[in-house]
Design a protein around this ligand. Structure first.
Ligand SMILES: *[C@@H]1O[C@H](CO)[C@@H](O)[C@H](O)[C@H]1NC(C)=O
Ligand SMILES: *[C@@H]1O[C@H](CO)[C@@H](O)[C@H](O)[C@H]1NC(C)=O
Length: 530
């Protein structure tokens, strides 16, 4: 997840849609969505929030799906509150409406579909964002009656998996964000913030937009594959792919390299496999110890991550939510891998369970009760294996709060329940924001005082408590500044202050949460939030 600073925006070239040869580029007369989403459009919703209509005009949408349109229509009778329905209507289709920047086939393999998905106003594709952006549409894949081969949404998934595999195989697999495929004819985006980055292993800026090594980016590739497979059972896509298995092996190699501790048993400093420094005024944009990060201990079995899913530097490199997610999806790809290479699935299973053991052993810290005893354990956000731990959570996914969403554990897990309680309190999480507008987890990316709607959405998705869901939903509804879209962060005391008007991942996630409530808690969608 990226955050745009004004300076950074100024350095970017203007990115109209007109110059591209994209199969899905809207006509040149279409408004620039980063401007369009900044202002209100009629007709406003009929409730007290009078929310803007924020979908681009039909001819300007980057992808259209009859299945999606009929789902949006059918939800009108499921959601009683007019403002809540409007927020859903704007948000859920946002990735399809605005972020499918290009679709086509590979020039080297005409049978290989490619999908280039942008996060918003930069023509670059993040591994994490694109996986998450698509997974919002799993409800559409799950209800598929057609053959996945001919379904347009399925094709989006396959195209994204193929392009991610290409990024991992032909660019630098330590990187988090990549340039348009050459087939698209879209010129590489300039990254003003990264021009003086010193990164090892080096990368080519015409292929890579930014090179922050994040374990969850690797897990994102696995999760997109698993999501597609579990929804469609389309095994032939994987068995026929010339690149998929090789890309899985690349993620494993990187993860293995990044288990490396700081010191050898005899005390020598080991040369790290990844280094990053940036000229910056923000502490979170560069790494300690000349780009190597803070020291990590030997023999933990945990995998390092130099950056968090916020694209901020980790303090301690064993980032627990990313390790959880990687373990979960290593296990998840096993049924696919078993159809391609005998024996390899067992290897993956072994690594996934070793990682789980490492998380249970090194990833927890005791919490002190009011009487001074330490009886309960919680998951730490980050540890170093020497005993240091960062007891917090950050809004970006994967977070500790979201662990049940990616299926590492269940909401009834005892350690999770204790952790969740701590994360959602100002006593237990230095990045929990409280305020009259929105009380939610934030993070150093936008800073203290800024609550993230994304974490509120996850809070709802991990709750069985109707009252908690109601209160959180109501806060979300009232924190869009009338624009009817999810923002990145909202000032918890002043709802007209927010960041990012066009954040398609958070929008999709909001819609996904509503779809989840439709099955889990349909009665809540029948209530009024006025
Ligand atoms: C692109 O690839 C898909 C999947 O293999 C195939 O069905 C389709 O015909 C290809 N399209 C073109 C234009 O080659
Ligand atoms: C201290 O508080 C914890 C948590 O409330 C409780 O489980 C424990 O029994 C208490 N211990 C003592 C010695 O009072």
């Amino acid at each position: 997840m990226k955050h745009l600073h004004l300076l950074f925006i100024a350095l970017l070239p203007t990115m109209g849609h007109s110059s591209s040869k994209s199969t899905s580029a809207p006509p040149p007369s279409c408004p620039d969505y980063s401007e369009y989403s900044r202002v209100k459009h009629e007709p406003f919703s009929s409730g007290k929030f009078a929310l803007s209509y924020a979908r681009p005009p039909p001819e300007c949408r980057t992808f259209t799906s009859p299945a999606l349109e009929s789902l949006l229509d059918s939800m009108q009778s499921e959601i009683s509150d007019p403002d809540l329905y409007r927020l859903f209507l704007n948000s859920y289709p946002n990735t399809l409406d605005t972020a499918i920047r290009w679709q086509g086939n590979s020039s080297t393999n005409p049978e290989e579909e490619l999908t280039f998905i942008i996060t918003g106003d930069i023509d670059a594709m993040w591994l994490r964002d694109s996986s998450n952006q698509l997974q919002s549409y799993l409800p559409l894949l799950n209800q598929l009656s057609e053959d996945p081969k001919t379904d347009p949404i399925s094709s989006l998934f396959r195209g994204a998996i193929n392009l991610q595999a290409r990024y991992l195989l032909t660019s630098n697999p330590y990187c988090n964000s990549f340039q348009p495929p050459s087939e698209s004819g879209i010129p590489p985006a300039k990254n003003g913030a990264a021009v003086n980055d010193q990164v090892f292993p080096p990368y080519d800026p015409s292929a890579v937009f930014e090179c922050k090594y994040e374990l969850d980016s690797l897990a994102a590739f696995l999760s997109l594959s698993v999501n597609y497979y579990e929804a469609t059972h389309d095994i032939s896509f994987f068995t026929q792919s010339k690149t998929w298995l090789a890309a899985v092996k690349v993620t494993l190699n990187v993860a293995e390299e990044m288990k490396q501790p700081t010191y050898s048993p005899d005390g020598k400093v080991l040369e790290t496999k990844y280094r990053f420094t940036r000229e910056t005024r923000r502490g979170t944009e560069t790494l300690f110890n000349d780009g190597n990060g803070n020291p990590v201990a030997r023999n933990t079995g945990l995998i390092r991550s130099a950056f968090r899913p916020s694209d901020d530097a980790t303090v301690y490199q064993f980032l627990i939510p990313a390790n959880m997610m990687f373990s979960r999806y290593l296990g998840g790809v096993v049924p696919i891998v078993n159809e391609i290479e005998k024996g390899f699935g067992e290897e993956l299973m072994k690594r996934a369970s070793e990682l789980r053991v490492a998380i249970e052993r090194f990833g927890k810290v005791p919490v002190m009760a009011e009487n001074g005893t330490t009886t309960e354990m919680i998951y730490a956000y980050e540890v170093d294996g020497f005993g240091s731990a960062n007891a917090m959570d950050d809004a970006n996914l994967p977070s500790l709060l979201s662990a049940p969403l990616f299926g590492f554990l269940g909401t009834e897990d005892e350690t999770y329940m204790t952790t969740r309680q701590r994360i959602l309190s100002s006593e237990g999480n230095g990045y929990f924001m409280k305020g009259p507008v929105l009380s939610s987890v934030g993070g150093p990316h936008v800073g203290p005082g800024w609550a993230w709607p994304m974490a509120s959405i996850v809070r709802i998705m991990t709750s069985e408590d109707d009252e908690e869901i109601r209160v959180t939903l109501k806060e979300l509804l009232g924190s869009t500044d009338g624009l009817g879209l999810m923002h990145e962060a909202v000032n918890s005391f002043d709802g007209i202050k927010w960041t990012r008007q066009w954040f398609s991942w958070a929008n999709g996630l909001f819609g996904q949460m509503i779809m989840d409530l439709r099955y889990r808690k349909p009665h809540i969608l029948k209530e009024s939030f006025q």
